[in-house]
Design a protein around this ligand. Sequence first.
Ligand code: AKG
Ligand code: FE2
Length: 195
Amino acid sequence: MHGNLLPKDGEVYFYENFFTRSEEHHLFDVLKQKTTWRQEPVKIMGKEILQPRLTALYGDTYKPYSYSGITMKPQQWFPELLLVKEKVETFLNIKFSTVLLNYYRNGTDSMGWHRDNEKSLGKNPTIASLSFGASRPFLFRHYRDRKLRVKIHLLPGSLLVMKGTIQDHWQHSLPKVPKLVEARINLTFRAIVDK
Ligand SMILES: O=C(O)CCC(=O)C(=O)O
Ligand SMILES: [Fe+2]
């Protein structure tokens, strides 16, 4: 359970019961209500479309954060979000500066294949990802050897940690689950390295 889930070129650790069921239920409601969610436009092949999910960014500074073609302005932490951050920081013994929140309204919301390899994250970033609400499958595929795949079920209350060289060698995605009607909230904590 707590070993590296990738066969090579990076590390993934999964902690199924990071939050209890009642903490998880409570946090889903709080995060849903207190977060200022937006549906951001992205340019795909020159055309503006809306991302298939809602997002928000919270962080220590107001410095904008850019990823996959969009720039987001961080909002200031609210108390419950800070407590969640501190619980993850204590568990991993790492400090984070920023959290990207994703709200998948149902199974037709998703996130496509990508790497979290922005320069602002530095080399070999550790990214901590929390799940609330609906369970969703999560996929990894090796960037060069695309037949090499790993699938994980992101259960509510779980913590997934990506670290080491994973962002150089592996992409990840949250595929659609067309029949799913329940919502999922994801938090990915990151440390932005200042230039
Ligand atoms: O929703 C998820 O679990 C994945 C989110 C993700 O990969 C990201 O925000 O970079
Ligand atoms: Fe990601």
